[in-house]
Design a protein around this ligand. Structure first.
Ligand SMILES: [Zn+2]
Length: 436
């Protein structure tokens, strides 16, 4: 999830978009900067993308590959019982028909609530979201199957099904209790992002004031327990110090489920080159995030010039979704209104080629074995040409045109993530044996 959209245009209770004055109370410049980054994006111009220029070679490669996306926020929509993943929707980015069309073979649905909701309420809401995802799998048995291991993802592909996986986005949802973490793992959760956009009581976030100098002793215990349980340590959103603490403690590779390159777009929750090298040295993967505010420095610079856009979008989202905290509506409408603003020329259009630029930079810095895909679909603003999962073959096509080998493209599309999963499973088994 694009952190700013979720937190900085909503009230602490998650009950609707806040007034601009609330946002101004908290680190005003940063909030406005991030809010607009998260709510504004490129506008789709159908005439410009109607021609499918994907090569036959790219299509063949793409559809024979396992394509894994490690971060999707569609779960917020699934909380509405009437939403059916099985039918094609005219809005949002994810449903079964479009996943099929783009050969998205494995999808991690994000379990997310605002970091300001804590305690037992946070656990309860997380459990409701886990159930909402599991219900969709039950309702669509011909297309979807729950998966918890790399082997199960491969088996799903062989059976012609889409593998559904679960990731918890924010350590606040364990309520400071390792038993809750164990329960999540038992329910099939296979990664946990240590923080969202605010600190948790045991770890610092990249977009909050440092309070713990990274991970506390308990935070380190959380990482150790995740290793034992086979839950991938996700370092998207965390502060640089939290990242380095987790990297040092973890006995298994880590990943950033949805982060891009700070060298290209200076967002604090993107990774700098040294962090990517250090992540790679431990076998990890940076999964490139498609959100325009994390891809494009030009976009970030432009939005800073006109903070009133922030207020205007917030107002329109509130008018369309009401103030009852319907996150699914707010995310979808925020994206739609953003596109309207881009159409009006108030912000620059960002093309999906920016995704390729970030992938290529990360490959040059960290190596081709350490880059993957973490879209942030249905939780952020997608660039022009990558509006939904059906557009994914464009990534394969663009990488081939850039001179990447077919093997390297497969690694980026999913094999690197499957390698991390398998290694995390191996470490978990080893640690569990040692305990017995
Ligand atoms: Zn996020």
């Amino acid at each position: 999830m694009c952190l700013e959209l979720k937190t900085q245009n909503r009230d602490p209770g998650g009950r609707g978009i806040t007034t601009p004055s609330f946002r101004m109370e908290r680190s005003a410049v940063r909030n406005l900067f991030f809010f607009v980054a998260c709510t504004l994006g490129g506008l789709l111009v159908p005439s410009a993308v109607s021609r499918d220029t994907i090569s036959e070679r790219a299509k063949k490669l793409h559809f024979s590959s396992i394509v894994v996306d490690t971060h999707d926020d569609t779960t917020q929509r699934l909380l509405d019982d009437t939403f059916d993943l099985g039918v094609r929707h005219s809005d949002g980015s994810i449903d079964i028909p479009r996943m099929r069309e783009g050969n998205l073979s494995a999808i991690f649905f994000s379990i997310w609530i605002s970091g300001k909701i804590t305690g037992a309420e946070a656990v309860k809401r997380a459990e409701a979201q886990l159930k909402a995802v599991q219900d969709q799998v039950r309702r669509n048995p011909k297309d979807l199957i729950l998966a918890t291991t790399a082997g199960e993802v491969r088996a799903a592909k062989s059976e012609g099904k889409i593998a559904v996986l679960l990731g918890v986005e924010g350590g606040h949802m364990i309520n400071g209790n390792l038993e809750v973490l164990r329960s999540f793992a038992n329910s099939g959760v296979r990664y946990m992002t240590l923080t969202h956009s605010v600190n948790v009581e045991w770890a610092d976030s990249s977009t909050d004031k440092p309070a713990h100098n990274g991970l506390t002793d308990f935070g380190k215990d959380v990482v150790r327990e995740m290793n034992r349980l086979g839950v991938i340590v996700d370092i998207s959103h965390v502060s640089d110090k939290t990242f380095y603490d987790a990297l040092e403690i973890s006995k298994a590779p880590l990943f950033a489920s949805h982060s891009s390159c700070r060298a290209i777009c200076d967002a604090p929750r993107n990774m700098n080159d040294q962090m990517m090298r250090d992540l790679a040295a431990k076998g990890g993967v940076v999964q490139i995030n498609y959100h325009v505010g994390f891809l494009s420095q030009e976009f970030r610079d432009a939005e800073k010039k006109d903070p009133k856009i922030n207020e205007a979008i917030a107002l329109q989202v509130r008018q369309r979704c009401g103030g009852d905290g319907n996150e699914g509506c707010m995310l979808i409408e925020g994206d739609r209104i953003t596109r309207e603003f881009v159409a009006q020329g108030k912000l620059p259009r960002v093309d999906y080629s920016k995704i390729i630029e970030h992938i290529d930079h990360a490959v040059k810095v960290a190596g081709v074995d350490h880059v993957g895909l973490g879209s942030d679909f249905d939780g952020a603003n997608m660039p022009y040409g990558m509006e939904d999962a059906s557009k994914l073959p464009r990534i394969t096509d663009a990488l081939l045109k850039k001179g990447y080998s077919e093997g390297d493209v497969k690694r980026i599309l999913g094999e690197n993530t499957l390698r991390v999963m398998a290694e995390v499973e191996r470490v978990s088994q080893k640690l569990s044996r040692r305990r017995k």
